[in-house]
Design a protein around this ligand. Structure first.
Ligand code: B12
Ligand code: SF4
Length: 574
């Protein structure tokens, strides 16, 4: 069957619900008050918009319910207290727990660690369980439903771990709208019940939109926009592999409307160039046609001069026409490569080979497309020889392409890697959890930390190459601290202290980038006093290329003036 025949357009038909047995008690009286909680402790480290919940809220509000969206780990130093308080005062009938991630997926954060700590993955479900309990105590009569990308990868395991009875697997817009409209729960698409056989098989591909955004989120880590859902591939380690190659496209006009609204709203709040993240598993799979339509649409609507965008890409397909369009529309491509050794690519079920990688690198260079790429060493089939081949590829790359790599692959439940892991227990490190819910890592030919040390020795002379990612245990909380001070909510740190941290301690970004992100948060929330101090602090650094020092000096004065005006207004109001 051709790949095309898997693609549906726009809204998918509802699959039958996996919930059997007695419908939930709240069917008789539809839940009118819905509390959506972003159950995501990682917001402390890398705050992103609770986009899944924003989409769900849009659909649930359109169905007539009253909705509150809470991001406790971002806005509060006391997330459990804040969640309890919100649940007590809002008195929800239905609580939606948005579980975007179940762990941070960072296998090796430290090159040296005690032998009894072979991996560094932080497992977040224990913290999420405490949040669930706090909400349950504060709103004992509310029904609780879980959902989200992390949850949907292993729904039954999560329900069991969290002690939650119901969850929605995959897209939650339609399901939550139906739950809040009094539709019998056993007719709700994608709804699964704890203890039943159905899990990932219930995955929903439905689309809603355009999404109404929550004004809490500043553009510091870009605004996500989904253009398609699911994936046409089944790479060995990936949670998307569990969908069995199912995927669907969003309607192009709806996607464009969402981008247009997002850009317009951000420009009204003073953002010059609005960063968008196309939040698809891979933007160019199963083919380029949908992505080309989206990019052409951006250009036709005159949006590209006000925005930049980024997305994850498979190395194929990538035509010259597409490359040109990416550059013209201010795109940045993050390419999921994993390995450059053909033998390993085959074992990992990757749909491309080394020759495609070489052709792509040439094409990106010819068209001046900005790019980075990601590698995973230690997958099934990895040997000293395949490692040498991938290192050879990395060394052949132009220095302008940033490369991030990880060692060892987190084994997620139900993936092809989970089946391999059961046959090769000698390659596993981490917990002894046979379900693979708690972190277990597969790595060969050496355990992940040893592999990381060896690669570090071989790659440390390349300035464009680094180990992947932000880990929960060691990631800085600078940006979420900035949010809390800007919102004046439980902020324990002073603004000056935050700017100093931004300038000195962030190993992931340049000082000026982190300070600029804090400035954006302050501006977004109309805190011109904080923005003015941040602009002054930024002037002491090498400012990012998109800003000039003269502009920044002017902006600093302007923010100072606006802050004075705010103070004067406050005095007059007294
Ligand atoms: C884009 C992306 C990023 C971008 C985000 C940019 C931005 N500004 O948003 C960046 C690069 C910053 C990023 C960072 C991280 N990411 Co990321 N990311 C993604 C990606 C590709 C898309 C996310 C997205 O927005 N999807 C679109 C939205 C609409 O989908 P959704 O959130 O799933 O919501 C839908 C459903 O889940 C459901 N739903 C959601 N909530 C709820 C709640 C209820 C009650 C119900 C019923 C339904 C429901 O309905 C929603 C609408 O359809 C996903 C993979 C994926 N396909 O989702 C990975 C993914 C979420 N990321 C992942 C990881 C690991 C991370 C990081 C931890 C990496 C790191 N160490 O830094 C951080 C975490 C950041 C954070 N604070 O959470 C993993 C999580 C898996 C896991 N281990 O649990 C994923 C699933 C990728 C993967 N397959 O491994 N990420
Ligand atoms: S192509 Fe990307 S999203 Fe799809 S299965 Fe492979 S790694 Fe996962």
């Amino acid at each position: 069957m051709s790949l095309r025949s898997y693609t549906h357009s726009a809204m998918s038909r509802s699959a039958p619900s996996a919930v059997g047995g007695r419908p939930h008690a709240s069917v008789a009286m539809p839940p009118r008050r819905v509390l959506l909680v972003h159950a995501n402790p990682f917001q402390r480290v890398t705050p992103v918009p609770a986009y899944g919940l924003e989409r769900v809220r849009t659909a649930v509000e359109d169905a007539g319910a009253e909705v509150e969206l809470l991001d406790p780990y971002l806005i509060s130093e006391d997330p459990l207290g804040t969640a309890r308080e919100a649940a007590r005062s809002f008195r929800p009938d239905l609580i939606g727990l948005g579980i975007r991630i179940i762990d941070d997926c960072i296998v090796v954060d430290r090159l040296d660690a005690p032998d009894d700590e072979p991996i560094d993955v932080s497992f977040l479900l224990p913290e999420i369980r405490e949040l669930r309990q706090a909400l349950g105590e504060a709103a004992p009569d509310a029904a609780v439903v879980a959902g989200g990308a992390g949850f949907s990868a292993c729904p039954q395991e999560c329900l069991e771990f969290l002690g939650v009875d119901y969850g929605v697997v995959g897209a939650g817009e339609e399901a939550m709208a139906m739950l809040s409209s009094g539709v019998p729960w056993d007719q709700v698409p994608g709804l699964v019940r704890r203890g039943q056989a159905d899990g990932i098989g219930a995955y929903q591909l439905a689309f809603g939109g355009p999404t109404r955004r929550d004004p809490l989120y500043a553009p510091a880590n870009s605004f996500p926009v989904r253009t398609r859902i699911g994936c046409a591939m089944q790479c060995v380690y990936c949670t998307a592999a569990n969908l069995g190659r199912r995927h669907a496209n969003g309607g192009v006009e709806t996607v464009l409307d969402e981008v247009e609204h997002t850009v317009a709203a951000a420009r009204e709040r003073g953002v010059g160039r609005v960063p968008i993240f196309f939040a698809d598993d891979e933007f160019n799979l199963p083919d380029e046609r949908h992505s080309i339509s989206v990019l052409v649409g951006l250009r036709e609507r005159g949006l590209t001069k006000h925005m930049s965008w980024r997305a994850y890409f498979n190395p194929t397909p990538f035509s010259p026409e597409f490359a040109e369009l990416v550059r013209e529309t201010n795109g940045h491509v993050s390419i999921t490569v994993d390995s450059a050794a053909d033998g390993l690519l085959e074992t990992a079920q990757k749909p491309f080979r080394r020759r495609h990688l070489d052709a792509l690198v040439g094409l990106l260079g010819e068209h001046g497309v900005s790019a980075d790429l990601g590698l995973i060493f230690g997958l099934p089939g990895e040997t000293e020889e395949t490692i040498a081949q991938t290192i050879g590829f990395v060394r052949s790359l132009p220095g302008s392409i940033e490369v991030v790599y990880s060692t060892g692959a987190r084994v997620y439940p139900h993936t092809p890697l989970a089946r391999i892991a059961k046959q090769e227990p000698e390659r596993l490190v981490g917990t002894n959890d046979p379900t693979f819910l708690a972190p277990v890592v597969y790595s060969r030919p050496w355990p992940p930390r040893e592999l990381a040390r060896r690669l570090d020795e071989q790659l440390s002379d390349l300035p464009n190459v680094s180990r992947v990612g932000v880990a929960y245990a060691t990631g800085l909380t600078t940006l979420s601290d900035a949010y809390r001070v800007a919102l004046s909510q439980n902020g324990k740190r002073s603004w000056d202290e935050i700017l100093e941290h931004a300038a000195h301690d962030d190993t992931q970004r340049k000082p000026a980038e982190t300070i600029a992100a804090c400035l954006q948060v302050a501006l977004w929330h109309g805190r011109y006093d904080l923005a003015s101090t941040a602009a002054a602090r930024l002037l002491r650094e090498d400012v990012p290329p998109e800003m000039s020092r003269a502009q920044l000096r002017f902006a600093r004065l302007a923010y100072g003036g606006l802050a004075l005006a705010d103070r004067a207004k406050a005095v007059l109001r007294r």
